[in-house]
Design a protein around this ligand. Sequence first.
Ligand code: NAD
Length: 478
Amino acid sequence: MTATKHFIGGESREGSGETLSNVNPANGKPIGEITVGTRDDVDAAVDAARRAFDDGWSESSGSERRKLMLRLASLIAEEAQTLAQLSTDDMGMPIGFSWGEALFAAEYLEYFAGWADKITGDVVPVPAPNVLDYTLREPVGVVGAIIPWNAPISITMFKLAPALAAGNTIVLKPSELATRGPLRIAELAARAGFPPGVLNCVTGSGAGTGAALVAHPGVDKISFTGGTETGRLIAASAGRDLKRISLELGGKSANIVCADADLDAAAAGACAAVFVMSGQQCIAGSRLLVERAVYDEFMGRVSVAARGYVVGDPLQMTTQLGPLVSQRQLDRVLAYVAEARDGATITLGGERLGGDLADGFFVGPTIVTGARNDMKVAREEIFGPVVAAIPFDSLDEAVAIANDSPYGLAGAVWTNDLSKAHTVARRIKAGTIWVNSYLAINPGAPFGGFKASGIGREGGKHALDVYTETKNVYVQLR
Ligand code: NAD
């Protein structure tokens, strides 16, 4: 099996290091080798990105960038099925979702293409005569973008789209568990006409390739999505030479269901919140807080909805839950469930699935009832289809439980009472709050975490702030 090549300076390049083998998580069969980028490979990619930045890209017009971005968006939409297949084989996302993800990535890019020629500064009032004071927004420079495996195409785009719109160049380091889709996007960018070096992709491991990218003195900014512990390491390394950083990290989001809510809609939403993508989502609603008056009835509805999920071959369009990404992730999820048995009750799932699925890493929807917020199952990010259901008696208590977490990525409230909805939305310390909804991501809206869930925002004009430096120009007029 041939190993992946890096994409550097507009062309595919053999790597100089070792390789890693990957298996298809749905059946445990080998799917290919990933080249582990060395320090030399990272050097070559950063040099290519620097040359492209200095040789004209940073001065390119917004309309030129917009046209290239729209062309790339069309190519991604045309290739959505191929990109989906790569993601599904690599990390097991059901094909219907990975297809949707690729199309969403194209839309996300289109949205930011619209920004490319609208990034403006301000004229600043000055308390003195004969002065013109204005600001310029300039690209930060070479961006190292490091992404996880769980939504490889869309997360690639969450970084590339605003970075390219603002005139930066990029070295992308995909996850070793889902490399081929992001790598294909770098190739498509060359086909769309982006100058060589504007988008480079170095494949490889985190501790080797990723760490070399973060420590590289030629990188001006690191944009990272991944686990909170990795985020801490990256922040410490990037902090040594004060690189700009944005961090999109883990979560343990609270999904609050009030007694007055539309309970059927809330039950469907509660399941989608944590079972879609087998719970391998940063925004998973993995803590389900339910008003005690309806707790038993509501959990009954959740259980019925959860049993309806189709778990199986991720290549079937009807499949809703595929495998977990790896044996390691499977072991981790089962270990959390085993520990939860001490003090809470597993009312559904919690076991590796057998039969036709025995060769893959499958766990079905898992419901933990009678959990307390101080249990590990409610405090730590599991990244599996496991929901911990906790009863509450008052809205104050629900908000207190929701906020009693090291994380602050997202949350939701289900209610028909407008004033409860807005009160909870205001009081929860998290970057995104849904009301009577869950999971929706709007390219124009800010997305990111409070507390240990991250630093900075993706989405909308907020993303442009983290990919630009603001310069002030003070002019004394005669
Ligand atoms: P991870 O932290 O293990 O790896 C993420 C990326 O970082 C990979 O490309 C990996 O190779 C690289 N990496 C690992 N160690 C590194 C190091 N020392 N230096 C530089 N790079 C390094 O995370 P994962 O398992 O791939 O993804 C799951 C995590 O991602 C979960 O915690 C999830 O919540 C988080 N996530 C967050 C968001 C968000 O937007 N907040 C979105 C998706 C996933």
